[in-house]
Design a protein around this ligand. Structure first.
Ligand code: M6R
Length: 611
């Protein structure tokens, strides 16, 4: 959601902050602002709209400062506007803050501030409440970190705040509470940001922050405090992302680049989980036979694309590990009194590791005694840190709001996890697992080859780009991939797309099939080909186009479709890794043909850190 960048050092803070904010654009935002500590006090500039608007605003000013904070806002309290944009100021404009997340008790605090302190609010934001509280405490204590510690006692919610004070130049103070903040260490300069890409190429080392911790940065010191104000240390994160990985490398959009990143991301994710003999090694999640025998139920809980990966995971674990698995979207799990105890394994899947719904569901399961395993892409993120065991995917930075390589690498982790558990529980043989892994190892080349020859997908996406709705159907694993394909299309093209298990069509949705309708039918599961053939015929018989996705060699599928896209031949269980690719490309080219802002789809944020 919102993005934060802060800098203290000797360089021009404005340039570093604006560059960092641009690298966080993918998170989604509607306004941008900056506060710089100058000789004349704190100078704040902010504008609704893109960072370009902010740059235009300050283009004629000679803004030179060595300390500053910047923010991209995704509106929660108060509409997108100049005045509601961050940074916000208090204490006669001698304190300025940026804030991510939500102050849940802002209304009562605002009432108190107006009534007891006669404060006049400029904006409708919850952030300004925090700014004034910090301002009041600053007046009492004269120390920015003291003021922030005091404010933290009063505000409730998930938030991260970074503040500067005109009377303490050369200092940044940040607090983290359930909303991400990382700290970057440089040579004679230090940084804070809400996400790693902002600091790539600037910081030499990146440090995580725990909940309720405060960090004080000067150009040559970083001091972390826990909530009891005790000085603590953190180890730097092992971030293997580089600046190139976070840039477009000649692709028109991050989405297309990340679709093409998948072969490499998959290769990395597998490679890091195999030992020298090719055996699966899940360091970070060591499940002994005793532990697995004690688990009688598994929940896989996630949101959006990660949830759809989880649906495939359920099928794999039930098939290879023989433990019943329930899947749930995180926002539902939290409030439905799910049956969880110490014999439950709770698997959270999250690209960002900061999705509020997933994090809260994880905590709920933990409170009921479940063992927590997470599959996460962002190293050191909240979900990863709050889990008993964490398996990182190695997708690299996923910038595009529409998730692609996170999904396929999550699938890889789910394959490896289910095989590893199966071997440990002796529900699959080592020989079977080895053959399976060999087939997974061949996927990157097959996928790359497919990607380089996928012109047909683009042609079909353009051909159908005037359609106002598209249906997706499939059976078994194909149904799960259909949901993911449909989500991709609606996110970036803004047209209605609807996915349904093909066998369910006849129970209602078939009423919508008529001349001109387009239905994408996944038929990659050999065992279900004849069933899918009937479903495709039902659709075609009503005048709709059927665009089938089938495995090479299954030519018969052509008899039941209007168009057929063939993916390389793999075993049924592995097909989701490849069948999702034409769906990702279809969504991309469809949105492009409709001139949609693929880079910044409306209303969406990359990392959903509010409930
Ligand atoms: O970071 P997470 O994997 O926890 O995010 C979950 C969803 O918000 C995310 O997958 C979302 O649905 C994507 N925009 C899908 O493309």
């Amino acid at each position: 959601m919102c993005g934060i960048v802060g800098y203290v050092g000797k360089r021009n803070a404005k340039d570093i902050i604006i560059d960092g904010l641009k690298r966080l654009e993918y998170r989604g935002y509607d306004s941008a602002g900056i506060a710089l500590l100058t000789d004349k006090g704190i100078l704040v500039r902010k504008r609704v709209g893109g960072i370009a608007n902010l740059e235009n605003l300050i283009s004629d000013e000679n803004l030179s400062a060595n300390v500053g904070i910047g923010h991209t806002r995704w509106a929660t309290h108060g509409a997108p506007s100049d005045v509601n944009s961050h940074p916000h100021t208090a204490f006669n404009d001698r304190i300025s803050i940026v804030h991510n997340g939500i102050i849940e008790n802002y209304a009562e605090l605002k009432h108190m501030l107006v009534k007891e302190h006669k404060i006049e609010f400029k904006s409708e934001t919850d952030t300004e409440v925090a700014a004034h509280l910090i301002g009041l405490h600053y007046e009492e204590t004269g120390s920015l970190e003291d003021a922030i510690f005091e404010t933290a006692k009063e505000i409730k919610g998930a938030y991260s705040i970074v503040a500067v004070a005109a009377d303490e130049p050369g200092k940044l103070v940040a607090i983290r509470n359930d909303a991400p903040i990382i700290v970057g260490k440089g040579n004679g300069e230090n940084f804070v940001a809400s996400d790693i890409p902002a600091l790539l190429g600037y910081a030499e080392e990146i440090y995580p922050m725990g909940n309720s911790e405060v960090v004080v940065l000067t150009e040559d010191s970083i001091t972390f405090y826990n909530s009891k104000r005790k000085v603590i240390t953190h180890n730097p994160l092992d971030v293997n992302w580089d600046i190139d990985a976070a840039e477009k490398e000649g692709f028109e959009h991050f989405l297309l680049k990340e679709i093409f990143d998948q072969p490499n991301a998959i290769r990395e994710t597998i490679k890091r989980r195999l030992d020298s003999k090719g055996n699966i090694n899940l360091e970070g999640a060591t499940f002994t036979k005793e532990i697995l025998d004690d688990i009688n139920k598994i929940y896989i809980v996630a949101c959006g694309t990660s949830y759809y990966a989880g649906l495939v995971g359920k099928a794999l674990i039930e098939k290879y590990v023989k433990i019943p698995v329930e899947t749930d979207v995180a926002s539902e799990f939290r409030y439905r009194d799910a049956i969880v105890d110490k014999h439950t394994l709770f698997i959270a899947i999250s690209q960002s590791g900061e999705t509020s719904d997933t994090l809260q569901a994880l905590r709920e399961a933990k409170a009921h005694g479940a063992r927590i395993l997470s599959i996460v892409n962002v190293v050191g993120s909240s979900v990863a840190r709050e889990s008993d065991d964490c398996l990182y995917t190695w997708a690299g930075p996923e910038i595009s709001v529409a998730s692609t390589k996170a999904y396929t690498t999550q699938l890889i982790m789910l394959y490896l996890l289910s095989l590893y558990m199966g071997i440990t529980k002796k529900t699959v043989t080592k020989k079977f697992a080895k053959e399976f892994v060999d087939e997974l190892l061949a996927i990157p080349d097959k996928m790359l080859d497919y990607l380089n020859n996928a012109k047909e997908v683009e042609k079909l996406a353009v051909k159908f780009s005037d359609k106002k709705q598209i249906f997706y159907i499939g059976r078994g694993l194909d149904a799960h991939v259909a949901f993911e394909g449909s989500l991709k299309l609606k996110e970036i093209s803004y047209i209605n797309s609807f996915a349904i298990q093909a066998g369910e069509l006849k129970h209602g949705t078939i009423a919508l099939m008529e001349e001109g309708v387009v239905t994408i039918a996944l038929s990659t599961q050999d065992a279900l080909i004849s069933k899918m053939a009937s479903n495709m015929q039902e659709v075609k018989a009503r005048g709709a186009y059927v665009l089938a996705i089938a495995k090479e060699g299954n030519d018969k599928v052509k008899d039941h479709s209007s168009y057929t896209l063939f993916i390389p031949r793999v075993r049924d269980e592995i097909a989701p890794l490849l069948s999702v690719v034409p769906l990702q490309l279809f969504a991309y080219y469809f949105a492009k043909a409709n001139d949609r802002p693929i880079h910044k789809p409306r209303n969406l944020a990359k990392s959903v850190t509010v409930e």
